[in-house]
Design a protein. Structure first.
Length: 314
């Protein structure tokens, strides 16, 4: 079984040729997602042609095209129902018509966090466990839940994947989703510059001279004793812990897998969240395992390839 897979991220489009659980070749393109997906199609098609040529793969060897995307996805009609800012034109876009016309192949579309959860479940940190919550901490906060071996989707396909928009602060900041005080609007990469600038001691902090105010900057400065950065780091760790406790109460997992670029600092993040979860989560049956994702980049591509194959062979 070989398939083409796309992981459409806000800043990067990852493309791959996958054979079962092996990524044979991959390619990365800038997304320019604020311009939409349609202007990128020709570049994507050319990159696929290049991957097929380099691996001497003929289209007839492929079973389909898997697409993982950060939006709410109707997995029956293979349409994106809603997406927050990035690739805004995809709600009007017929993915299956495009893949049929271009390669003569069917498409399988799924929310990116759900695809990543499947990748971790089959091949990574979730192996052997059928009750999992996955949360990705990054520009935004994504989530997905699996209960008794089944992905939670819900009537409107939004169950489990809006964990980043659980309310953790009723007096909090307005979120891009319309809510106030979401886990994402309290502690994500897009909120971080504001958290710094609103801090009373920002001008005393080394961060005030930093061009990029991201989590890498934050954890590095906190490690070197920058007090403002340490304050904000603790705020974010508390916000993530509160969100994860709520996810545990909502979905009853045995394991929470945490992914995203922020996990470069997992030595700080994991022990903190484990302690908070053991103090605050109501789980009379025992302790929820809190683990870092195994894959930093490939869980979504492997997961969408698995879902595509399962869909076509069921
Ligand atoms: Zn929100």
């Amino acid at each position: 079984m070989k398939a083409i897979v796309f992981d459409l991220g806000g800043t990067r489009i990852k493309l791959g040729l996958v054979s079962v659980s092996e990524i044979i070749i991959e390619s990365i393109l800038p997304s320019f997602s604020s311009d939409g997906l349609i202007p990128r199609l020709k570049v994507i098609e050319a990159a696929v042609a290049d991957m097929l040529a380099k691996t001497k793969t003929h289209v007839s060897e492929l079973i389909g095209v898997g697409v993982s995307i950060p939006g709410i996805v109707d997995t029956k009609k293979m349409r994106v129902l809603s997406i927050n800012k990035k690739f805004a034109d995809v709600t009007e876009f017929d993915f299956n018509a495009w893949t049929q016309k271009t390669w003569g192949l069917p498409v399988y579309l799924e929310n990116d966090a759900r695809a990543a959860l499947i990748g971790e479940w089959k091949y990574g940190a979730g192996r052997g466990c059928d009750n999992i919550v996955l949360v990705t901490l990054g520009t935004g906060i994504g989530g997905a839940a699996m209960i008794e071996g089944k992905l939670l989707r819900g009537k409107h396909y939004q169950a489990g994947c809006l964990g980043g928009h659980f309310t953790i602060n009723i007096n909090g900041t307005k979120c891009t989703c319309g809510n106030v005080g979401c886990m994402e609007s309290e502690a994500s990469t897009w909120r971080l510059p504001e958290l710094y600038k609103q801090h009373p001691d920002f001008k005393k902090s080394k961060a005030s001279t930093s061009k990029i105010l991201d989590f890498e900057t934050l954890f590095t400065l906190a490690e070197h004793g920058d007090e403002t950065s340490t304050d904000i780091m603790l705020h974010c760790l508390e916000a993530w812990s509160a969100g994860i406790v709520t996810m545990i109460h909502a979905y009853d997992p045995e394991k929470v897998i945490i992914g995203g670029g922020v996990m470069k600092s997992e030595k700080i993040i994991l022990p903190y969240i484990r302690k908070k979860v053991s103090q605050h989560a109501w789980t009379p049956w025992g302790n929820v395992e809190i683990e870092g994702a195994k894959f930093t980049d490939h869980a979504g591509m492997l997961g969408i390839a698995y879902l595509l194959n399962k869909q076509l062979t069921e």
